[in-house]
Write a protein that binds this ligand. Sequence first.
Ligand code: ACO
Length: 327
Amino acid sequence: MLKGVKISGTGSFLPDRILTNHDLEKMIDTSDEWIKTRTGICERRIADENTATSDLAIEAAKKALKNAHKKPEEVDLIIVATVTPDMIFPSTACFVQRGIGAKHAAAFDISAACSGFIYGLAVGYQFIASGMYDTVLVIGAEVYSRIVDWTDRNTCVLFGDGAGAVVLEPTNKDEGILAIDLETDGNTAELLMVPGGGSRNPICQKTLDHRLNFVKMKGNEVFKFAVNSLVKTTRKVLAKAKLKPEDVDHIVPHQANVRIIDALTKKLKIDPEKAFINIEKYGNTSAASIGIALDELVHSKKLKKGQIIVTNAFGGGLTWGACVIKW
Ligand code: ACO
């Protein structure tokens, strides 16, 4: 018999430095007007040069543990979703394990780009549902500013740095994660990737000269794919949970583009007021965005016990997925 799994605490952390659209106007050929109307983004946070992904993840994890009333030694597993790890190995999760003093925890990273948080929730859920572990920390964390080409206006205006975390624990009540859907289409890998720095195109002068160590994206095609895949996965996950779009109290989408979120709520016929949006402050923080949004929703006092949240994301891979949670 599988155990129920609930979120018992949330936490988030953003670097202090703010980079506004007006700052970007001085760096590249763009405008505040273009960025705001095409994406909904006004500003984003940028980590300082001494800060790595694990530094942001550690701060978010500490807050999530505090809110869950858990000590670091009680954590059994740490999962970090990121595409901007501190280094190729050890995993960023190992640095988090050390940083928070979770001396009994196993730790590993997962890579699913902006869908990483949903994938991380799914993996953490399995470990608890199966009875193997009791306390799992799932963290989405990125210093995306390190893989953005600051000379490419098509991409550099979109992203920001940050971290969000949740603590997962077993529950025997009618609450927690009700259903999860994960999907992938590797045929669309070329739409969004960092081609350099791995075993296909290792770092060398040629890789650097061709700027292969930075994000490459076909934005238009990703946009179309995003809307369709998010609608599909959300319908599917709600059906799995035996719920309808009208049963949803809060939708917490990956924060990539406010137009994608608007199209999603319109197609699902969900009141747009139910969508949690903070993209104007942080831009797209990739795997961190849902963790940050969930934490802000929890602290906004808009979320009530027993309400239904549906969260969904898409990202490089392409990967996408959704999760239904009863709070
Ligand atoms: N400032 C001014 N003009 C710009 C900028 C900019 N920053 N960027 C592009 N433009 C120009 C283009 O050059 C183009 O000009 P042209 O018509 O003269 O060629 C024009 O604006 C329109 O460009 P489009 O790409 O058609 O603009 P669009 O409305 O599609 O918006 C955007 C682009 C914002 C990237 C949109 O396609 C989008 O959000 N796509 C989804 C991307 C996404 O979510 N990626 C993250 C996935 S998650 C992950 O795994 C990281």
